[in-house]
Every structure is written in structure tokens, then in C-alpha cells.
Ligand binder design. Structure first.
Ligand SMILES: [Zn+2]
Length: 383
């Protein structure tokens, strides 16, 4: 669970898979060294698999307490520590280019078990040492994360992928073909359900592709609903924050964080704890599809965009949309003097972070049409 909700308009959305499929598809044709055997197509989830509870996560030894409190998690970080979107004035990472892979190298994937061994986190992340995640119905998030991650690793390895199962502490400068952090959600509202995924604030095209394919495959395999309440702490997940921490992924490692569902929701919890193999397969399908469909020669796809700042001109207003789509609805009209930070771009749309001027100082994440930025704002020079 990674909490801390935005006060306004929590928004996230994906570009169309159509574009991704156009971009992908040719991976094996353009020279990525095939692993020992070709990555399999996503496995269909059989009725037998759905019904199979033999490999379920062991039920809690004692009958669950009906009133298990939701322990604090990342959501309880003090406001000053809340991850912020990237600062455009921050120095650019010198190691900007992707690490070349030797010919014949199998793809490497890091599977991070959320909250595993948090007590061993280094001093730079000491404030997260008590981040133990959520718990409900006698299950802890760590227990579920560890179980599904172990099964996921086995599925990937069976397809020729080199897998690192990582604890909360990411090795300094961790570099891989994909990094996936596994979590389960929690809420005091036990009716909240569904899964979500998020990328870092600065989303490279590769990270977006990994995200979109994993989202599509997870929904297809599990039938679970998508929860669009992405939190700032998911986007600013510490393991993504290579500009702030040594123990983080490299800038060019495609990465997503997954909330598999709500452990605090009885139906989600039942699903996740009795059918961990299905959950693991749903995650593996998306990762394997990404590895199969990406263009391994497109190093540029691994580079996150540099954020750019714009200031809304006098007597102007800039509509912030819920999704990169003019029909998605305007969630905020940015008034004059609002600073709009573009940290990602999809076609003619910018994903932006907005902090409105007084009053309210609302924080909004959404999408702006490029033409509106050009005609209604002034771009601020890089510092
Ligand atoms: Zn968590």
C-alpha cells in the first residue's frame, strides 16, 4: 500500500494500446538476442486454475480479528517528506544513456517484494523502516507480497528471464530490463476494491508501455476492476527516485509499482490469498508481453523526459483534463500565474503537475493539450 492521496482530481490514464502495438511487435525481428527459448504468449487462465485453492496462501493460524486496525504505511509520511514531482531545475543525471547489454544476454527483471526487510533500509530511507504495509483478515501485506512475488519470479524464470527478487532495499543504481514493485492495498473503507499500477513521475515511453501492457493483462486475467486513485506516493515511490536516493533504480530502467488489490476488501482478499498463482500469472503475462513486444534497439524509449515549466499568461485559463483526450473532462481550469510542470508527454498531450496560486494552493495531476500550452502560457527557461 502506498498512500497519500491528492486533495484534488486524482487522475491517471493510459495511452491507447494501439500505439503501443504499433511501436512494439517487431522486437524479435530487430536483433534482440532471443533467450534460451522464446517467451511464451500470455497463458490463458483456466477455470481449473481459478478453482484451484490447493496452492493458496496458508490461511491465518488463528481466526482473524474482526477489528484489525489498519497500520500506518507510506501514507503516514509527514507532508514535508511527501514525494514531489521532479524539479525542472534539478541537475540532469550524467548517466543518461541506457546500459548496453551484451549479445545473448537474457532479459533481467527485478521483482521487488513491497515492505520486505524494511528494517534493513539504509539511513537515507530510515523514515520508511517502520513502513510495514497494510494488513487485514489475519494476513499481512508483506506475506501476500512475498508469496505472489516468489510465484511470479518462478514463472518468469521458466520463460528464460533472469529475475532478482528484491527486498525493500534496492541495490544502488539497480539496472534491469524491467523493475516491478509488488504491493497490496489497504483502506479503512472496506468497500474499496480493485487494482492499480503507476509509473514514476517522469515516465519514459518504455515505462508507459510496461505499465499499459501489465494493466491490460492483469485486468484480462483477473477480471478485477481498475482503481484510478493513484497516489502521489506511488508516482514518487522511493525506489524510482534516482535523483534523491542511492538505493534506487537507474534512470533508464522501465519501472512500475503494482497494487494487486485491496487486502482490506473481503472479496479482493479472498481472491488474492486463495489464488496467488493466478495473480502471479496475470503479472507475468504483462511483463512477458512487454519483453516480447518492446524494441530492444530503441534506447531512446528508455529515457524519461525532462520536466518543463510553464506559467499561465494574464487573462488566460488552461484546462487540465482527466486523461489525454478532450472528452475526458476538465478537472481544473488553471488561472493566470499558475505554474504548470510538464513531466511526461504522449503525442499532443502533456501529463502535468499543477500547483494553483492562492487561495487553496490545490495540487492537481492531469493532462494538457500541447496547443493550449503554446498559446496560453509562457515557457519558463531552464535554470
Ligand atoms: Zn505497500
Amino acid at each position: 500500500m502506498i498512500g497519500s492521496r491528492l486533495r484534488t482530481g486524482l487522475l491517471y490514464s493510459i495511452m491507447t494500446l494501439t500505439t503501443l502495438l504499433l511501436v512494439g511487435g517487431t522486437a524479435w525481428l530487430v536483433g534482440f538476442p532471443p533467450p534460451a527459448r522464446e517467451l511464451a504468449a500470455p497463458a490463458p487462465v483456466s477455470a481449473a486454475s481459478r478453482a484451484n485453492a490447493v496452492t493458496a496462501i496458508p490461511a491465518p493460524p488463528t481466526s482473524p480479528s474482526p477489528a484489525t486496525p489498519i497500520p500506518p504505511d507510506h501514507a503516514s509520511l509527514p507532508a514535508a517528506d511527501e514525494p514531489a514531482p521532479p524539479d525542472p531545475a534539478a541537475p540532469v543525471d550524467a548517466a543518461a544513456t541506457p546500459t548496453p547489454r551484451a549479445a545473448g544476454t537474457a532479459p533481467r527483471v527485478g521483482v521487488q517484494v513491497g515492505h520486505w526487510k524494511t528494517e534493513e533500509l539504509p539511513d537515507e530511507l530510515a523514515r520508511l523502516r517502520n513502513s510495514t504495509g497494510t494488513s487485514a483478515g489475519g494476513y499481512t501485506e508483506l506475506q501476500v507480497n512475498l508469496d505472489v512475488s516468489t510465484r511470479l519470479a518462478a514463472l518468469l524464470e521458466a520463460e528464460g528471464v533472469s529475475v532478482d527478487v528484491l527486498p525493500a532495499t534496492v541495490p544502488p543504481g539497480y539496472d534491469a530490463d524491467a523493475f516491478v514493485s509488488i504491493h497490496a492495498d489497504g483502506s479503512s473503507d472496506t468497500t474499496r476494491n480493485g487494482f492499480k499500477l503507476a509509473t514514476a513521475w517522469r515516465t519514459s515511453p518504455a515505462s508507459r508501455m510496461l505499465h499499459d501492457l501489465m494493466r491490460a493483462e492483469y485486468a484480462a486475467a483477473t477480471g478485477m476492476v481498475w482503481d484510478d486513485a493513484i497516489t502521489t506516493n506511488m508516482r514518487g515511490y522511493y525506489a524510482f527516485s534516482y535523483t534523491r536516493y542511492t538505493h534506487a533504480i537507474t534512470r533508464t530502467t522501465p519501472a512500475v509499482i503494482v497494487e494487486m488489490g485491496f487486502l482490506t476488501n473481503p472479496a479482493d482478499r479472498q481472491f488474492i490469498t486463495t489464488q496467488p498463482d493466478l495473480i502471479a500469472q496475470a503479472l507475468a503475462n504483462g511483463i512477458l508481453r512487454y519483453l516480447r513486444e518492446r524494441d530492444p534497439n530503441d534506447g531512446g524509449a528508455l529515457i524519461p523526459p525532462e520536466p518543463t515549466r510553464y506559467l499561465v499568461q494574464p487573462a488566460q485559463s488552461v484546462p487540465i483534463y482527466a486523461a489525454p483526450n478532450g472528452n475526458s473532462g476538465v478537472i481544473f481550469a488553471a488561472p493566470p500565474d499558475t505554474r504548470i510542470t510538464s513531466f511526461s508527454r504522449v503525442g499532443d498531450w502533456h501529463e502535468v503537475f499543477v500547483r494553483a496560486p492562492e487561495p487553496g494552493n490545490e495540487r492537481v495531476i492531469g493532462w494538457v493539450w500541447h496547443a493550449d500550452l503554446e498559446s496560453r502560457t509562457t515557457q519558463e527557461p531552464a535554470q
